[in-house]
Ligand binder design. Structure first.
Ligand code: ADP
Ligand code: MG
Ligand code: MG
Length: 883
């Protein structure tokens, strides 16, 4: 194949479409050259060469070397300078460039080709000896660091020492002779360290630098970066070899970086910095304070140093014109690097600029108004998960952070409050009007009321799908889980963090978006849901096919979800309702009853409570579809656990604590996830399902009368594997429905469907669909049952799986398309074979995950359902999936 692609003077062999082979930097350099923009000529070695390099004991293919040398000839004829020439030397930059930018992760070498001879030639041809020696010492330092592995600091030490001796403060003050002297010391350092002199032969330097760039692909920080950003290791990097242009050729030269719009606000104004008489990374290295580009920006910053607009008006005018041209061409905000050599502007890089969510939305909406992109483009431009940044208060990024621990970013947003260690304390504090953070080792369903009362939740154990994480996301409150560096010492009532010991009542702040835990209160920015956000969501809603429902258990959830645009409830988990206030006692009475009569007596007390819950939900949803799931968890989850709790319940029920303990013991299960739960409960205790069905129907009638919008409840039977299970439970529901209709002499429309959360149900979908009027994919359980992997225990081994490359993503967060996804496909297809108009939805955590939502669109589901705060994310993702 072809190893090398050239670019320069108005033409290029590649372009922006060749990112895969040329890397991002190379593809865009070629694109700019092809547009006729001033780009120093160069060539790109394709990413395949990097793969080859690693496959062949870190060596460079000979064929490639030949192609590079041919490319160098073209650069020489275009520049009129010659690589290695003692009279008129061509210098090169050797730059890394992967498919996606990995800022600062890999290495670049500038001024390559200098040696003891060519430095004299450079001094001569440029007419500036100081510049030549400055370039040479930079080269030795970079090459020494990047290629020869000698620490950067050792060079800095020498330079600092010599500057002191010469009596200078700034690098720019050193004279030619002084730089020459520093250069000699640098070369000596290398010889001392390596036992060999600094390589003088330019071609040796070149292959050394190319190999070093390839090698930097596997340096520790690049590997970590790739892991964090899901970049595959086999991609490899390209290498760009390019003629040097010089920003360090005196006061008419400079180097700089810019964004074509403000990356934090999105404002349409050039945003960036430059430095006179400087090279490469000087701007970002912070050696000298950089200067503003435009006069306007200078005035805003209050700087007294002249702007580029003032100092170099011609280059500035050309630069702004090029920025406009690039924006029009790429139809996106660009992040560019440039250098000015003696007044002449050169473009060194362009790419789509990173931006905050706020800026992304403003830029997208503005660009539609400017006619650069259309509405679908704008919708596609916003990263759905980044909306999290907007929907919750966030920590003001300008503030310093005093981090005392960190864990998983389980539920986004930030909150401040006093530490409490128990749900009871959280509730009490809330009643007294104080704000609290509930801090636990982990949470369980009994903590629900405390979680509701808290501003945020912090656990030292558990993963992204632990109880705390799921509930917090559902409630839209910030949560950090698995903060392993912190310890809860309940006995002494303290929370141990990094370097601190905090007690109940001490103030902390949780950042659920980053997983950080901070000491004290921190200023926050409030969410803004109007303006650009509203406009983008409107465009998204116009485009998408699937509807977006929410998982809501409480009126608060339902209201929040509606304000975020939910079009119904896809999952109402009724069990949460049984933990509230007094209800838990009645619930316990029901579970602990000796016989059916005892259970019915307790259920009679629960009926009005459930009915009023459902009435409120239906009323809030105002005729929108609402899916209610019958009781799902095993009964022992509702029972008291500690000896103290058992004693309390026993007293209340007039039982011996020992008798109660025995009953609890009898309900114990070895594997509750696969135990007596879901529809199995309704089959063992049909009176529970009866009560729930009655509550639902009576509530539907009541809410329909109140709002004037008829309610068609969708009753969902959990954990069905056999059609006969569904038949049995449906029989109970239908019977209750006819009773309620007869009692009220009215008609009720309703649907009975099932969750598909067992592989057997997916495979037998065509048969189950004979009884089920809708399917909702419960992908949390379906993932768990398909993998045979408990989601509550997976955090013990999933991270290892990911680290060892056994599995790429956590299947509980992002749907496993190949396995679980295949089951969904099968079930959807078979279900619709039997019942073509069957409604299909998803209600697992995956219903709010953008990649999983794309999958749902592919399979043709009718709706996704997710926690309230993810509704906007789902609306946007569902739209993107159709574009
Ligand atoms: P990174 O990917 O880390 O940004 P680059 O390859 O862009 O690394 O190089 C860093 C800097 O080196 C550039 O921003 C530019 O200032 C300088 N540089 C790179 N190539 C050249 C060149 N041909 N002429 C002058 N300066 C260059
Ligand atoms: Mg760069
Ligand atoms: Mg389930």
């Amino acid at each position: 194949g072809k190893w090398v692609y050239s670019f320069g003077a108005g033409k290029a062999e590649g372009g922006a479409g060749d990112v895969e082979h040329l890397g991002g930097k190379g593809a865009n350099l070629a694109e700019m050259a092809g547009l006729g923009l001033p780009v120093p000529p160069g060539l790109t070695i394709v990413t395949d060469a990097c793969t080859h390099f690693y496959a062949h004991g870190r060596t460079l293919p000979e064929e490639m070397k030949g192609e590079v040398l041919a490319g160098l000839n073209r650069i020489e004829s275009e520049t009129g300078r010659y690589f290695g020439s003692a009279k008129n030397p061509l210098l090169l930059s050797v730059r890394s460039g992967a498919r996606t930018s990995m800022p600062g992760m890999m290495d670049t070498v500038l001024n390559l080709g200098l040696n003891d001879e060519t430095v004299v030639g450079l001094a001569h041809s440029a007419g500036d000896a100081r510049f030549a020696w400055d370039s040479y010492r930079r080269f030795i330092q970079m090459y020494g660091d990047v290629v020869l592995g000698i620490e950067h600091e050792m060079f800095e030490e020498i330079l600092d020492h010599e500057k002191g001796r010469f009596g200078h403060e700034l690098d720019t003050e050193l004279t030619a002779d002084e730089w020459k002297h520093v250069t000699a010391l640098y070369k000596q350092l290398i010889e001392d360290e390596l036992g060999e002199p600094f390589p003088q032969e330019p071609e040796v330097q070149l292959w050394g630098a190319v190999a070093a760039v390839f090698a930097s692909w596997m340096n520790a920080r690049a590997i970590t970066y790739r892991q964090l950003h899901n970049i595959p290791g086999h991609w490899g990097t390209a290498v760009n070899i390019q003629a040097m242009v010089f920003g360090n050729l005196g006061s008419s030269s400079a180097t700089g970086v810019a964004f074509t719009r403000n990356p934090s606000t999105g404002e349409r104004a050039l945003y960036g910095e430059f430095l006179v008489n400087a090279q490469g990374e000087d701007v970002v290295a912070g050696i000298r304070t950089p200067q503003s580009l435009s006069e306007k920006a200078r005035l805003e910053s209050g700087s007294d140093k002249p702007s580029m607009e003032k100092l170099m008006p011609k280059a500035f005018a050309e630069f702004t014109a090029i920025c406009d041209r690039l924006e029009t061409h790429y139809r996106d905000m660009q992040d560019v690097e440039f250098t000015i050599e003696r007044g002449k502007l050169w473009m060194l890089q362009t790419r789509s600029g990173k931006r905050t969510t706020k800026a992304a939305m403003k830029i997208a909406v503005d660009m539609v108004a400017e006619g650069l992109i259309d509405e679908d483009d704008a919708v596609s431009r916003i990263e759905p998960s980044s909306l999290d940044q907007l929907l919750h208060p966030t920590i003001d990024p300008r503030m310093a952070r005093e981090v005392i621990g960190s864990g998983l970013p389980a539920s986004p947003g930030a909150a401040t409050g006093e530490i409490v260690f128990t749900a009871e304390d959280a509730v009490t504090a809330r009643e007294e009007g104080r704000k609290v953070i509930l801090v636990r080792m982990e949470t369980s369903p009994e903590d629900i009321h405390g979680m509701h009362a808290a501003e945020a939740i912090l656990t030292t154990r558990g993963g992204m799908t632990s109880h705390a994480a799921v509930v917090a996301r559902g409630m839209g409150i910030p949560c950090v889980t698995g903060a392993g560096s912190m310890r809860v010492d309940l006995r002494n009532g303290v929370l141990l963090g990094i370097g601190v010991k905090l007690k109940k009542g001490d103030i902390i702040t949780i950042d659920g978006s980053s997983g950080q835990v901070l000491q004290g209160a921190v200023p926050m920015l409030q969410p803004e849901l109007s303006g650009d956000f509203a406009k983008l969501m409107q465009w998204a809603d116009r485009t998408r096919r699937m509807t977006v429902r929410t998982n809501a258990d409480t009126p608060g959830d339902a209201r929040a979800a509606r304000s975020f645009g939910a079009e119904g409830i896809g999952l109402c988990r009724t069990e949460h309702m049984f933990f509230e206030g007094e209800r838990i006692h009645v619930m316990r009475e029901m579970i602990l009853a000796e016989d059916e009569a005892g259970r019915r007596a307790a259920l009679d007390k629960l009926l009005p409570m459930q009915r009023s819950d459902f009435t409120e939900l239906f009323t809030i949803m105002h005729g929108l579809p609402v899916t209610i799931r019958l009781l799902d968890p095993p009964l022992h989850e509702f029972l008291p656990k500690t000896a103290k709790e058992i004693a309390e319940v026993a007293t209340a029920m007039g039982l011996e604590p020992r008798a109660l303990a025995q009953r609890i013991e009898a309900l114990h299960e070895f594997n509750p996830m696969l135990g007596h739960r879901g529809c199995r409960l309704a089959i063992s205790y049909p009176e529970i399902a009866e009560m729930q069905a009655r509550a639902i129907f009576e509530a539907a009638v009541a809410a329909g009368l109140e709002t004037g919008a008829p309610v068609v409840p969708e009753i969902m039977v959990p954990l069905v594997g056999l059609r006969s299970e569904l038949d049995y439970v449906k029989g109970v529901i239908d019977r209750v429905a006819s009773e309620v209709m007869r009692e009220g002499a009215l008609e009720i429309s309703y649907l009975v469907g099932t969750m598909i959360e067992l592989p057997r149900a997916a495979i037998r979908a065509h048969v189950i669909a004979e009884a089920a009027e809708f399917f909702s994919f419960g992908t949390n359980d379906l993932t768990q049952t398909t993998f045979g992997m408990s989601r509550d225990d997976a955090s013990a081994f999933l991270p290892t799986y990911q680290r060892k490359g056994i599995i790429e993503r956590d299947p509980f967060i992002s749907l496993d398309f190949d396995g679980v996804g295949e089951l969904i496909r099968i079930a959807a297809e078979r279900g619709r074979q039997t019942r073509p108009d069957m409604k299909l939805g998803i209600c697992g955590e995956h219903g709010g995950d953008p990649a999983s939502i794309h999958f749902c669109e592919d399979v043709g589901l009718d709706y996704v359902s997710c926690s309230p705060f993810r509704v906007p994310i789902a609306r946007l993702s569902a739209a993107q999936a159709t574009i």
